[in-house]
Design a protein around this ligand. Structure first.
Ligand code: T3D
Length: 263
């Protein structure tokens, strides 16, 4: 698959999408948005992909919007950022969150602006020890987007969310792990291997069941306890009809390793 600003492959059940504009710290222009959209569509349609690993090339993960596309001459009309969010960022965040398979994000370096919030739309976030997260929006007069105003208070609490968003200070990967913003910090040299190891493991697991787990946990953030119990009933019904559940129980009873097909 030929893309200019991303690297994309699907191999042994693992879809790998790497942002690839390293000289601009993988900031997003319209073309990169289009390519990421196309790749996410391919993952969704693929019969083979059972996990997505999102990462970046070079020393940064992603610096958000490419600001050179927003540098407007004095007196000229400013772009409609609402339109940009509607057309580019929101569909990408929804696509990541709604993919019916686990999404791992390996944050390989600085993650700023939208680039700091994209990982938070993924399911498992690993970060290189040298990586950092910056809600850079406030420094240029914007508000956190890409779901940040929703995700941040839910992950780290309102006090820390406000400090991150209003001050735009750099949060180290280790602090992000301690605050519960991300899953795990990994030594820089091991990040790609650790993320791939996790991805390869997940690619052998009951993908349909994992997608239902993801769906139920995402929904829990807005549901009452009773609503969540009802959702668990409905999704367990679906899980219980899957081929993988039958295989899982059969393998347990026969004391052998299950061979899951992801269905
Ligand atoms: O507009 C819309 O559609 C609405 C949606 C907005 C979403 C957003 O993401 S808004 C927020 C945009 N992002 C930022 O404000 C972050 C800007 N970048 C930075 O603050 C810093 O670059 C970092 C803290 C991320 C990293 O700092 P540092 O010192 O490690 O690197 P650097 O020297 O600043 O950057 C390296 C190069 O990347 C540099 O280019 P050069 O001088 O080597 O040719 C720099 O200009 C370029 N770069 C970094 N971020 C961006 C960028 N180029 C374009 N756009 C960027 N966002």
């Amino acid at each position: 698959m030929n893309f200019e600003h991303i690297l994309f492959s699907i191999e042994d059940g693992v879809a790998l999408l790497s942002l690839n504009r390293p000289d601009q710290l993988n900031s997003f222009n319209a073309k990169m948005h289009g390519e990421v959209r196309e790749a996410l569509k391919l993952v969704r349609q693929s019969e083979e992909a059972r996990v997505l690993l999102l990462t970046g090339e070079g020393r940064g993960f992603c610096a958000g919007q490419d600001l050179s596309d927003r540098n407007v001459a004095p007196g000229a009309e400013m772009p409609d950022l609402g339109e940009s969010i509607e057309k580019f960022y929101n569909p990408m965040i929804r696509a990541l969150r709604d993919l019916p398979l686990p999404v791992i994000c390996a944050v390989n370096g600085v993650a700023a602006g939208a680039g700091a919030n994209i990982p938070l739309a993924c399911d498992l976030v690993l970060a290189a020890r040298s990586a950092s997260f910056i809600q850079a929006f406030c420094k240029i007069g914007l508000i956190p987007d890409s779901g940040g105003t929703w995700t941040l208070p839910r992950l780290v609490g309102m006090a820390r969310a406000k400090a991150l968003a209003l001050l735009g200070n750099r949060l180290s990967a280790e602090q992000a792990e301690q605050w519960g913003l991300i899953y795990q910090v990994v030594d820089d040299a091991n990040l790609r291997d650790e993320a791939l190891k996790l991805a390869r493991h997940l690619a052998t697991q009951p993908t349909y069941g994992l997608a239902l787990i993801k769906r139920s946990l995402n929904a829990s953030l807005n549901n009452s306890f009773d609503e969540q119990l009802e959702l668990e009933r409905d999704l367990q019904r679906l899980a219980g009809r899957s081929e993988d559940y039958r295989e899982g129980v059969g393998a347990f009873m026969e004391k052998r390793t299950p061979s899951f097909k992801g269905r």
